[in-house]
Design a protein around this ligand. Sequence first.
Ligand SMILES: [Zn+2]
Length: 174
Amino acid sequence: MATMNCAVCDGKTKKVNEIRIGKYRSDSVKVKSEFYRCTDCEETFFTPEQARLHTRAVKNEIRKRDGLLVPEEIVRIRKKLGLTQGELEQLLGTGDKVVVRWESGKVIQGKGHDNVLRLLDRAPEIGRSGRLMTPCISRASACCGKRKTARSVAPTPSRSSRIFATSIPVLPAR
Ligand SMILES: [Zn+2]
């Protein structure tokens, strides 16, 4: 790799491996990271690749500290359930692309979702039956035929139809 010159003083930089504080949202943890330090002014620099690895190390450290599943484990559990990312999102009631972000490691899942994923890992049949329930959730009227029937059988008369009904003159039979 070509040597990087310092962006501040144009001095020479040296690749170093040190413990640094990394941030994720409002959280911060210490991780060992590789980066460059200027030998003259001591300014430090991350290449895009080093920055990517640093960010990943920070999130992995938070997962380890909080006892959360790593992205690979989430992928494994989802595949065990036989669900697509979208189907797992629907089952967990998360927003769109949330599982996608968990699996890519971009976003760390909360403790609640982490617990549910662990339960599904132990009892995958629950997740599989949840998948079967999905069409019912999205097409509630088709499932809840009872409620729909009750409404159509006994419609609440509107004000205008009541007036109309009582104002019809009763014609004498001929
Ligand atoms: Zn410098």
